[in-house]
Ligand binder design. Sequence first.
Ligand SMILES: [Zn+2]
Length: 611
Amino acid sequence: MLKKITLLLLLSNFCYGQELIYTVDLHSTATHKVGVRVELKKMGATTVTYQMPIWAPGAYSVTHYGHYISDFKAFDKNGKELSVQQANGDRWEISNAKDIANISYSVSDSHKDSTSLYFAMAHIDTNFFFANGTCLFGYVNDKKNIPSTVDYDFPYEWKLATALDPLPSGKHDGTAPPDFKYSGFEAKNYDELADAPIMAGVDSIFQTHSFKDGTATYDIVLATDRKFEMDSLEYYIHKIVHAETEFFHDTPFKHYTFLINAPTYFKSPSMSFGALEHANSSDYLLVNLPWKMFKSQELATFSHEFFHLWNVKRIHSALLGPFDYTKRVMTTSLWLSEGITDYYSRTILTRWNILPYHSFEESVSQLSKAANRSKAAKSETLEQLSIDESDFDLGKATVFYFKGTLVGLLLDIEIRSRTDNKKSLDDVMFALNAEAKKGKTFKDSELIGKMEKITGLDLQDFYKKYIAGTDSLPIDEYLKKMGVGNIETGTQTESRIALGGKLNFESENSTAYVERVDSSTPFASAGIMEGDTLKTLNGKPFTIQEIVDLQNGQPPVTLEIEVIRKGQQKHFSVFVEKRNKTTKPKTAYGPLPDATPLEVAIRHGIVGKDY
Ligand SMILES: [Zn+2]
């Protein structure tokens, strides 16, 4: 017993001796820079290195946070400046550093950087400061397990919120949220420090709410320039956190913070809206829209980031933690971390009655359209797109949030329909969570095999087609297995000018080719033929916009059209006497009346029992 106590004391002394103290000075944010000072204790090495990360967990793209560092200096305990060599864009080496006492540097604003999105960068302005932890902090001598404290030095009339635990000795003015007036925080290791974003600014821009659910407390900190419906926001965020902690029967934190920057549209610092997940917080760049619009657009965003607490923060590939901040991450597993997270972010909303059932049907319809439009979704597999995430390409990165979501839905239906609804993707998530809770990660190549073991199914065919392959997704075929299909919801009458043919545009502003001419229509009567290239309409280029304007015009009209036929320019007058009236059935996804009991049970399992 005595030995154990001695060992514990020694350990705690050792930890104390290695502690790093970071101070961030927020007094000169008008210069779009902040100063960072790192105090080092008893490093004991003759050469000290300081490494900034090249990428941020969750954002994945390689951005090189060292590129935003300037005035890097190091001093010994007598205040003498030490010699510093920059080894590469993100790494510094300090020689003769046996008596090193501190390092200091400036961090510049990077929120308009083209290598990542707003919420992974630093936004430094006169009255506002936001930064992902990776923008501000580096680590010493390649050691990421050193505990640290951070002291934010900010103007008296400012507030600051971050998800780190406040130091017991920090100052606090007693108003919610609890950490709002603290200035000092602690982090167990570098991962925790880098994972805690910070938002600060003048008091007047903040609106805050706090609530408790189960064993945890939640803070919502929102920065904006116009009043926001905080009561409604709290009501729905509370429902979401309740649903997802209930889903996993698990709350992997005591305290969680939602950091939301939501200016009105024209005041937005960036058009890269979205959010980033962290271990006990998430940060957002959204627009302060009227509540009804905000609710329909953004509840799934909160639901998505919160679901990441389990799926990616805990359940993840060995390549996604412990992190190597110096190498680009090359994982094939983001179809699970992003796609399946996004699938649950939507279905949980209907399963827990937070949004009505038709919101699920509407999302499936919108996501299918997006998947059909995306070139990347058709030409690259989800596994390849996952590897591509370390390059910043929005066209590719967004595929996870429509095709990835739909693959999650299809996989859930596949498992449920082949096991008589006895197993589901939920079982996969629960089993993966139980393993991850013990600190286990998986190899990318093991992932589908694990799912097969949990469900007792051979999933190779599904995997090869839709995850490791580019087969188009048979959405309707799968929806049928959950008793959902395209059903008539009424009729739709359209009245517009139609020329009577099919045109092909190579791009939005290119010329049109006539693919088909229908008989007894204005095109046919005027003599326009298949294969003609339409050059001008009433003297203007024949673009998609011109066609849209034309369709809404008032007949009778005569249109002067120039075409190229076999290399020769020809002129036609096309007379349009009246509008074309068409009545079409209106269809939307909905529950099929003739669904089998199994199909209904699968539907209930996925989107909730009320439907
Ligand atoms: Zn995500």
